[in-house]
Design a protein around this ligand. Structure first.
Ligand code: SAH
Ligand code: SF4
Length: 383
């Protein structure tokens, strides 16, 4: 999984124990892993020759059998509000997006785990693309590596640092389980990215059996994409609910809080869609549903995309929904949209780029057909 076509091992995707084993297999001391990890993840180096505290012989040996290869950057945009987005080019035209959102002393990176997603939530543009493939550990960690390198050497980074990571980009992280676990181990490792457990959040649409497995393997913060307070509505919005209904999902959330009491609560994400799940009765049902599950609620005003068929409720309605939940004692935040000018909102990732690509392809096909005199072309409709 971590080897390229030339059979070299990509060290970017190895956790500390895996790198130690790898070095041992080369007849080297295990502690060298610490030096190498610091070069890769802290200094962002991709050339063994730059690792000046390693002997020349070891540098040469590593160059023969290993590499440090991050994802290619197809596009990088910075928004007027400082939000940055990278479109990363993987193999065979597969692309994923990563977004950095600065906020005071905090810098949050929104990381993708799959190309596309198989779960097809009705309001999600990633889901509309279908599933293409899982990302490798190197491709997941590579998103932090690329972002951090873009901020320059450690002495220049200042506030442009990754302090928080949310697995809320493209894909369902619990359906790419092993790679996501290893990647999060590297994110938490002091010699990796040193992200504290409270600042590392995995978001899931509710793959219940994998949630229990997650608790066995790693301690991170948990966010659940709830979006509806009753089964019939959640079946429509988040179809995986038919497999793992709310009673099972809530039990898995309670288990999380029991097991990691210092975390105190689960973050419940709730995309507000006009006329669908934003009514008073929905707020009441939500309050009842979460009565025994210590939670914090994050309301996300729906981000529109072409042909979604849904609308974002107006500000007053969103505020009224929040007020009702707050009255009932829930800490409730409204996610502000950042990076609007560069389409950096979560849940919108890549859709646009691929749409444009498809539109361009469609246009080329039409032009070719017109040249052959087969069809009449309508004027391309803006955008
Ligand atoms: N698959 C995981 C991780 C992706 S997180 C999950 O669903 O939790 C992406 C977040 O953005 C999820 O909470 C998702 O529900 C939300 N989202 C998706 N489409 C959206 C849209 N159009 N507007 C607002 N939020 C959206
Ligand atoms: Fe997949 Fe999450 Fe989008 Fe649902 S909301 S389709 S689980 S990425």
């Amino acid at each position: 999984m971590n080897t390229d076509t030339a059979g070299k091992v990509n060290l970017l995707g190895l956790t500390r124990p895996q790198l130690e084993d790898f070095l041992e297999s080369l007849g080297e001391k295990r502690f060298r892993a610490q030096q190498i990890m610091k070069w890769i993840h802290f200094f962002g180096v991709d050339d063994f020759e730059a690792m000046t505290n390693l002997g020349k012989a070891l540098r040469g040996k590593l160059a023969d059998v290993a590499e440090i290869r991050g994802p290619g950057v197809a596009l990088e945009h910075t928004s007027a509000d400082g939000t940055r987005k990278w479109v990363l080019e993987l193999d065979q035209g597969n692309r994923v997006e990563t977004v950095f959102i600065p906020d005071g002393n905090r810098g949050t990176l929104c990381v993708s785990s799959q190309v596309g997603c198989a779960l097809d939530c009705s309001f999600c543009s990633t889901g509309k693309q279908g599933f293409h493939r899982d990302l490798s550990v190197a491709e997941i960690v590579g998103q932090l590596w690329v972002a951090q390198r873009s901020f320059g050497p450690p002495s220049n980074r200042g506030l442009r640092n990754i302090t928080n990571v949310v697995m809320m980009g493209m894909g369902e992280p619990l359906l790419n389980f092993e790679s996501v676990i290893h990647a999060m181990e590297l994110m938490k490792d002091d010699l990796g990215y040193g992200i504290a457990k409270k600042r590392l959040t995995l978001s899931t649409s509710g793959i219940v059996p994998r949630m229990y497995e997650l608790y066995e393997r790693i301690d991170v913060s948990l966010a659940v994409s709830l979006h509806a307070p009753n089964d019939p509505l959640r079946d429509q919005l988040v179809p995986v609910n038919k497999k793992y209904p709310l009673s099972e999902l809530m039990a898995a959330c309670r288990e999380y809080v029991d097991r990691f009491p210092d975390t105190r609560r689960v973050t419940m994400e709730y995309v507000l869609i006009e006329g669908v799940n934003d009514k008073f009765e929905h707020a009441e049902q939500l309050i009842a549903l979460l009565q025994n599950v210590p939670s914090k609620i994050n309301l996300i005003p729906f981000n529109p995309f072409p042909n979604s068929g849904y609308k974002r409720p107006n500000g007053l309605r969103i505020k009224a929904f929040q007020d009702r939940l707050m009255q009932a004692g829930f800490v409730t935040t409204i996610r502000t949209t950042r990076g609007d000018d560069i389409d950096a909102a979560c849940g919108q990732l890549v859709g646009k780029v691929q749409d444009r690509t498809r539109r361009a392809e469609q246009w080329r096909t039409e032009v070719a057909a017109r040249q052959r005199g087969r069809i009449k072309v309508h004027e391309a409709s803006g955008q």
